[in-house]
Ligand binder design. Structure first.
Ligand SMILES: C[S@@+](CC[C@H](N)C(=O)[O-])C[C@H]1O[C@@H](n2cnc3c(N)ncnc32)[C@H](O)[C@@H]1O
Length: 192
């Protein structure tokens, strides 16, 4: 699969933190994209050799991705309508990405969603999260249902190896400037 499918189907390139984390992972395996939309990250992961599951609660995004999967006859990616707020993942993964999605969730579900992601990550596997923040210094200009506070996401990953963590200012597609919590973390193996 040498062709760039994102480009071919008019999708944005994969999120830069997904690309960065794939660069760190020494091997491919099973990957999950939480809130995949029409699949820019999922297609990228599949093209890197992962066995990908893409989930989103918006059926139209999943339908678009399924059409690409069928068109390209891709055997290492499947797309499912799933509400991640159910926090009911039943399979284990080597790589779970959740970029710019948690902020759309009901705040009461975020803790169980993250706990479920962590539980379903294999030892040595990676989680990649990017989510809007709302801080005194940079109040979030968008009324997302959920935003992280300073240090909050990092605290949830206590006991994991934090490969990357920052709370930098970023820009949304609509030009809004806000802080994002960005995390790449690796689940420790029993020996580490
Ligand atoms: C801004 S898009 C990000 C898409 C993708 N992760 C990326 O980086 O391009 C947010 C996605 O989260 C999905 N989403 C929001 N709430 C969700 C939920 N409860 N369960 C599953 N997906 C959800 C939306 O449908 C949308 O596709």
């Amino acid at each position: 699969m040498s062709e760039n499918l994102n480009q071919k189907y008019g999708l944005n390139p994969a999120h830069s933190e997904i690309v960065a984390a794939v660069g760190l992972a020494h091997s491919v395996g099973k990957a999950l994209e939480m809130g995949s939309s029409n699949g820019r990250n999922a297609l990228y992961l599949a093209q890197q050799g992962f066995e990908v599951t893409a989930v989103d609660n918006n059926p139209s995004g999943i339908q678009m991705l399924r059409e690409i999967i069928t068109q390209e006859n891709l055997s290492n990616i499947n797309a499912q309508v799933y509400d991640i707020q159910d926090a009911n993942l039943t399979e284990d993964y080597d790589f779970i990405g959740c970029t710019v999605t948690l902020m759309f969730l009901d705040p009461s579900t975020v803790e169980p969603v993250l706990a479920n992601m962590q539980e379903r990550t294999r030892p040595g596997g990676y989680n990649v999260i990017v989510c809007a923040m709302d801080t005194a210094e940079n109040p979030c200009p968008v009324r997302f249902p959920f935003t992280f506070k300073e240090g909050q996401l990092k605290e949830v990953y206590r006991g994991w190896d934090i490969i990357k963590y920052n709370e930098d200012l970023g820009t949304m597609h609509n030009g809004a400037r806000l802080q994002f919590a960005t995390l790449i973390a690796q689940k420790r193996t029993k020996e580490s």
